[in-house]
Design a binder for this molecule. Structure first.
Ligand SMILES: [Fe+2]
Ligand SMILES: [Fe+2]
Length: 306
């Protein structure tokens, strides 16, 4: 009798010496599980609820002491640590990111500005944190804890300077470009965490899964909101600018993640994740009708439309 019982984790069947096809199956499993149209719609429909009563998504308790390097599947520890370092360097200065986004949103949509960056007084002193900031600010510490658990050393993030608010005479267009950049960043985080989950198991995978769910939540909300606010891109050249934003984000990402030390298979797997997540998001956004978006966003509490 065949007694083979596959070991399963959040990404499906665990394979300790995986081929490209096995990782592809794990990535597909994760897309089906975490990025179904139903889930993305649910995350988008949650936005007006959060405008009225902002509540961060709670994380289950995590037993950090159970993290070991055996939970990394087929990535050299040294390379994995470089990826972690690049990731928490990018996630770390969250306050700067949220405040820049808040400033671009304020003239166009104060409710969304509050959701993203909270509220400040006349001296720019924080009065209340935005929900986006509350959820994002747990990411760098979580990644640093994984790093520390694996190395038994303190993780030191290299703090980068986020882009500051640079308004032009056209706030609509400023927000459009800033928003594209923001969506590209959330999307890149989703693709990276999804691929990392396919290459990990156990507690490391569980932690990355929490980050993934947060990033999917934000990406869905920002993407849908952008589609509602800009049914037609403000300028004919804007699509090209959009692609440029995406290329810049990906370029920066490969640099901070020390892409040159990656195995070719890992590079191909990440590119695969990028294309299939995009396909999924594109398929979803093509199904969004004007009426549907209106039904979500045209509530009395969200009246600040352009
Ligand atoms: Fe994040
Ligand atoms: Fe994010």
């Amino acid at each position: 009798m065949n007694s083979y019982r596959p070991i399963m984790d959040l990404a499906g069947e665990v394979c300790f010496k995986p081929t490209f096809w096995q990782i592809k199956a794990r990535v597909n499993h994760l897309i089906t599980k975490y990025l179904s149209y139903q889930i993305i719609c649910d995350r988008l429909e949650d936005l007006p609820v959060q405008f009225n009563n902002p509540q961060p998504r709670s994380w289950p308790s995590i037993d950090w002491s159970t993290i070991t390097s055996e939970q990394i599947i087929g990535i050299e520890l040294e390379v994995f640590l470089k990826i972690l370092q690049g990731t928490f360097d990018t996630e770390a200065p969250i306050r700067g990111y949220t405040q820049t986004s808040r400033q671009y949103l304020e003239p166009i949509h104060p409710t969304m500005a509050r959701f993203v960056g909270g509220t400040v007084d006349e001296q720019d002193k924080m009065l209340e944190l935005g929900l986006w900031e509350k959820e994002e600010r747990r990411h760098a510490p979580a990644l640093m804890k994984i790093y520390q658990q694996l190395t038994r050393q303190k993780a030191n993030p290299n703090l980068r300077k986020p882009k500051i608010y640079q308004p032009s005479a056209n706030p609509q267009l400023d927000l459009y470009h800033h928003g594209l950049h923001r969506i590209a960043t959330e999307y890149s985080a989703v693709c990276l965490y999804l691929w990392l989950m396919s290459r990990t198991t156990g507690t490391i995978q569980q932690v990355i899964g929490e980050l993934l769910e947060d990033e999917i939540n934000h990406m869905s909300k920002f993407w849908g909101f952008g589609q509602w606010l800009y049914p037609i891109p403000p300028k004919s050249k804007s699509r090209m600018r959009g692609l440029k934003h995406l290329a810049t984000t990906m370029n920066r990402m490969t640099r901070v993640l020390h892409w040159d030390s990656w195995a070719m298979t890992h590079k191909i797997e990440l590119i695969y994740s990028f294309s299939f997540v995009f396909k999924q998001m594109q398929g979803w956004s093509n199904c969004l009708t004007r009426d549907y978006l209106q039904s979500i966003f045209a509530s009395p509490s969200i009246s600040e439309k352009k």
